[in-house]
Design a protein around this ligand. Sequence first.
Ligand code: ATP
Ligand code: MG
Length: 405
Amino acid sequence: MQPQNLKEKIEKLLSPEAKKIIYECSKIARIKDFRIFLVGGVVRDLLLERNILDIDITVHGDAIEFCKLLQEETDCRIIQTQNDLKTAKVKFANNIEIDFASTRKEEYPKKGHLPVVTQTGCMLSHDVKRRDFTINSIAVALNPDSFGLIIDYTGGLEDLKNKTLRILHEKSFIDDPSRIIRGLKFSTRLGFELDEKTKQLQENFLKNPNRDISWFRIKSELQQTFSLNSPDVLDKCIEQKIYKIFSDTTNCINGQEVFNIIQKHHSEIKNLWLIYLGVLLTNKETIEFFNFEKNEKRILFDALNMVEQGSNSNDFFEIYKFFEGKSIESILIFYLVSKNKNAILFLDKLRKYHVETTGDDLISMGFLPGAQYGEIFDSILKERFAGNIHNKREETDFIKTLKNS
Ligand code: ATP
Ligand code: MG
């Protein structure tokens, strides 16, 4: 039996603070004659009894107007509004933030780019049609007269029961290809499968993907999806050729292998999602599509340059120089793509070597600052790799021999 009412689950699964806010919103909606709903991820996760990550409230009408009334009547503050979309972000006690959206209709005049809002304040039945999957299109009424009532215009409840991801119309992936990545995210996170028709439409899109699209959305979804740190995500991304949205790679890299090496270096890695993505980005042009931040771009370009150059040396010093100054993410991408064991040699052994002598030491030994400092440090490092120097005293003795030569 599918639940018809979510009141019990709201009571059971939301924090006391979140419940208090929802009941306050409910009361104001009744007094001020608005109809408000939970829609999207929060409903899906309540039904699945999963952790609730964030709460979105949809207002039939103008969400900004509703939030202004809420602000007048309760202890909360509007912190952000977007007038064209008629959305508002509100901060409540305990720093809880809730996004309020007006019901809206969207169209995609430029396929793959951000939609144009053609109407706000429309019927809820129209609002849910702009969404990605049926399981994300279930609404729950919050007004006191129908609190908890489930409103399912798209068959989301049935799909939730059958663990199925189904898009809402044939052009869905053409309108917004980031939904393909969202599908990958939800299939992995929830253990759901694409329904047959959805799978077919995904395949059709990926045969001839349009790259004139909103890269902002693609990047954001890839970041969320690869941050799951799941081997399955990469395997499915390659198996289903989802990477074709953003790359022409022929790399076929095993998700478990990526996962294992990430685990080994977990404490050092800041951007693990970039490692999963980086092994699929084998071309500078495709990297340029994304609006990567400077440090992200650096990681990916360093990895790509290293793959292009290769590291064929057996000499410890040369290997050290090849990887010196590169981020752990770049080195791991290089290793995963090239399978070059020098990367492991560097990470496990060579990078632990270092020169103890400092620039100040050289000054006090009478060397004038300049380019020769680098040469001296390199010479010391070579001696360390050769096993001729083990400590700072031996470095000093060695430097003296340089001075005298
Ligand atoms: P999560 O648990 O990852 O936050 P979510 O389903 O809540 O998942 P959000 O990105 O927070 O996802 O978006 C909230 C809702 O907005 C979704 O449930 C879906 O209904 C709708 N939505 C989000 N992105 C899209 C999209 N690209 N196309 C259509 N609808 C979308
Ligand atoms: Mg969400």
